[in-house]
Design a protein around this ligand. Structure first.
Ligand SMILES: Nc1nc2c(ncn2[C@@H]2O[C@H](COP(=O)(O)OP(=O)(O)OP(=O)(O)O)[C@@H](O)[C@H]2O)c(=O)[nH]1
Length: 343
């Protein structure tokens, strides 16, 4: 029981969006359901049903997000349901309902991207103002009250928008720092281990074969020694740009060590791996240069076997790289001990 509770807490701590949806679920039940019961008992069915819909949809969103791990769709659904129901509640309750618009503004900024949340808030305000104009005497008690409400609601939305934009930018930046190599922008070693594990799981569950290509610059020390570290850095950056241009969106390039990279090719057979390696080699021969002339690379590749551990898969590719270096560099060795050499 205690361990289960700790697991739940750990998951909530790790997934911010899920924790917000769950918080809304609890708040929906504890904070809004008494209102739903009260309104229904008073015969105010429209508002009571709107409250009940909010409660049920937050519970449904919470369950869906918890089961699937997808927080985007439940977030969007909650935003739409809460905005529509809050509008209806304000129309029915007038000034007493207006207070609910402020938590709604915050909720939307927690649930969906900032621009969408801002648009949802503006849509709610427009709907309320339009309704009060169409049927005078409803929603607002005076024009002054309406104006005060619009100004305060827009101010709250704009400040929330700025805050949410800033938080989103900082989150992306943190994510990039945690997953990308600072010099080249290639993914880092930490993400590489995770992605290799995912590839192994995909092979076991769905029989999707993946391949890796370990790539190492040839005689890179000489580039540094002759032209300086900054030039060496630039060669590494150019290599990553070139490789990213060459491959499919779903393929992943990781910086494995100093001048060593790993390319993970999804859904790729040995034939595909060989073709990809040759294509990369041709592109490098044409475009990758240092002031001393063309820069070459050696490559070792391996296709994942069924039931293989990712460490063994990587080791096979690494061993092929070692063989390519030993055979004279600027070569591709794939783990069937067939050698494809540059003419
Ligand atoms: N400029 C630059 N150089 C780096 C970086 N990381 C590693 N290196 C250099 O890469 C070089 C690797 O040297 P070695 O391991 O001897 O390999 P090599 O000279 O490429 O020789 P082979 O791999 O055997 O062909 C070293 O000089 C490292 O300082 C980096 O981020 N920037």
């Amino acid at each position: 029981m205690g361990r289960r509770f700790n697991r739940v807490l750990a998951r909530l701590r790790k997934d911010f969006q899920l924790s917000i949806i769950c918080l809304m679920g609890f708040f929906g039940v504890l904070g809004i359901s008494p209102y739903a019961v009260y309104r229904l008992s008073q015969g105010n069915y429209a508002v009571g049903i709107a409250d009940a819909i909010i409660v049920l949809s937050t519970l449904f969103a919470m369950g869906y997000a918890w089961r699937t791990g997808d927080t985007r769709k439940p977030g969007l659904c909650l935003m739409v349901v809460a905005s529509l129901c809050a509008t209806l509640i304000v129309i029915k309750l007038g000034i007493n309902g207006l207070f609910w618009i402020y938590p709604l503004i915050l909720l939307n900024f927690f649930m969906v991207p900032p621009l969408l949340a801002l648009l949802a808030t503006v849509a709610v305000l427009v709907a309320l103002v339009a309704y009060s104009r169409l049927i005078p005497g409803t929603v607002f008690e005076s024009d002054y009250q309406m104006l005060s409400f619009i100004v305060t609601a827009m101010l709250s939305s704009t400040l929330s928008f700025i805050f949410a934009q800033r938080a989103s930018y900082q989150r992306k930046q943190l994510q990039s720092w945690a997953t990308r190599d600072a010099l080249t922008g290639a993914r880092n070693r930490r993400v590489m281990d995770q992605e290799l594990k995912i590839a192994v799981a995909n092979k076991r569950r769905h029989h999707i074969s993946s391949a890796v290509l370990v790539i190492d610059m040839d005689h890179f020390k000489q580039v540094n020694d002759r032209f300086g570290h900054a030039v060496g850095d630039q060669v590494l950056v150019s290599f990553v740009e070139l490789t990213n241009r060459c491959f499919r969106h779903e393929d992943r390039l990781f910086r494995f060590g100093g001048e060593e990279f790993l390319l993970l090719l999804c859904n790729t057979s040995e034939k595909g791996l060989r073709a990809a390696a040759l294509q990369l080699q041709a592109q490098i021969a044409e475009h990758l240069k240092s002031p001393g002339g063309p820069v070459t690379v050696s490559m070792g590749g391996a296709v994942l076997y069924g039931n293989e551990r990712w460490q063994d898969w990587l080791q096979r590719a690494d061993h092929q790289l070692y063989e390519a270096k030993r055979a004279g560099r600027n070569r591709i060795h794939i783990d069937t001990y067939q050698v494809v050499e540059m003419a």
